[in-house]
Design a protein around this ligand. Structure first.
Ligand SMILES: [Mg+2]
Length: 322
């Protein structure tokens, strides 16, 4: 433990430093306030013993500076040294950030007791900080887990809902288009029934991985929307860009070449994707509901047209042309 003694009276400083060394502590001495602050910055001691009356910068000012130098969460105990124990001085000492005081000449027994008490507080405090950090980590992990789909590891429905609402609001402020893709694995129920749930799960994992790989921007989000339903949010993306992403996703799933003998669309696992794009109107908080509806309608058309394909919402196309 490092102790910084800031004291202009050499005899007093020498005595205190001697007592500290006897306690097995490492003592440093600064002869005035200015050099005390410099030494504090450089050495970052565990405890400061601080004289009040010094030429130039007095102890109150030094304590004030030390408290300013400390980062959030830092705290170095400060014990004031005073020749006279006036109640006014004591009150001010605590106000400027001191923790305790000692009357000079310093008694070895009292010094030992106070240093011990400060050490104990510092230890409890750092234990508490460690615990607080662990709690913060645990909370972050909980938040992460509650937003991730357990099977596929991509965003879950909850995170999708939050992201869509957030991106919709952002788009209504920026006036930039927001695109939404909704996708279904084609004939997934017969796949699951025929090959078993484990193979079905592996298939969903591969699909999720592939969809995620086809995203182009860090702000894009792909989520597992339901059983074999997936959805992607593409901020600042117009319809043509969204269709390009959807085409890449559809092609990527087909290229996985997962055998599917019972599919009516292809001999392998495929997906159908509905695409919708909207330019939110400022102040339209609930317009994302219409965006979801449009993408769902487009998905319905993609399925009706034979699956394993991408269909765009007709409204989006009209809006883009007109
Ligand atoms: Mg003095």
């Amino acid at each position: 433990m490092k102790v910084l003694v800031i004291e202009d009276t050499v005899t007093s400083a020498t005595l205190v430093c001697h007592q500290l060394t006897k306690m097995g502590l490492s003592a440093m001495h600064a002869r005035d306030g200015e050099s005390g602050v410099v030494m504090f910055k450089r050495e970052r001691p565990d405890l400061v013993l601080l004289d009040i009356i010094m030429p130039g910068m007095d102890g109150f000012e030094v304590a004030h500076r030390i408290r300013q130098l400390e980062q959030d969460g830092d705290w170095t105990p400060i014990i004031f040294l005073t020749a006279r124990a006036s109640e006014n001085d004591l009150q001010r000492a605590i106000e400027v950030g001191g923790d305790d005081y000692l009357v000079k000449p310093v008694s070895e027994v009292v010094l030992k007791a106070k240093v011990g008490a400060m050490q104990r507080i510092a230890q409890m405090r750092s234990a508490l900080l460690v615990l607080t950090r662990k709690l913060d980590d645990a909370n972050r992990e909980l938040t992460r887990l509650s937003s991730v789909d357990g099977l596929t590891g991509i965003a879950n429905r909850r995170r999708f809902d939050e992201s869509l609402l957030r991106e919709w609001r952002r788009a209504s402020r920026t006036g930039l288009p927001l695109s939404l893709l909704v996708a279904d694995v084609d004939y997934f129920k017969p796949f699951n029934d025929n090959y078993g749930h484990q193979v079905g799960d592996e298939c969903l994992k591969a699909v999720a991985r592939t969809l995620e790989l086809k995203l182009r921007r860090p702000t894009d989000v792909v989520a597992r929307y339901g059983g074999e339903e997936f959805a992607a949010i593409l901020p600042e993306t117009a319809l043509d860009g969204a269709i390009a992403v959807a085409d890449a996703m559809r092609g990527g799933i087909e290229a996985l070449a997962i055998t599917h003998r019972l599919s009516g669309a292809a001999p392998v696992v495929t997906i159908s994707i509905g695409v919708a794009s909207m330019m939110p109107v400022r102040g339209d908080e609930n317009g994302f509901v219409a965006l979801i509806k449009s993408a769902d309608d487009a998905l319905f058309r993609a399925k009706k047209l034979g699956r394993n394909q991408v269909a765009a919402c007709l409204d989006s196309i009209e809006a883009e042309i007109g």
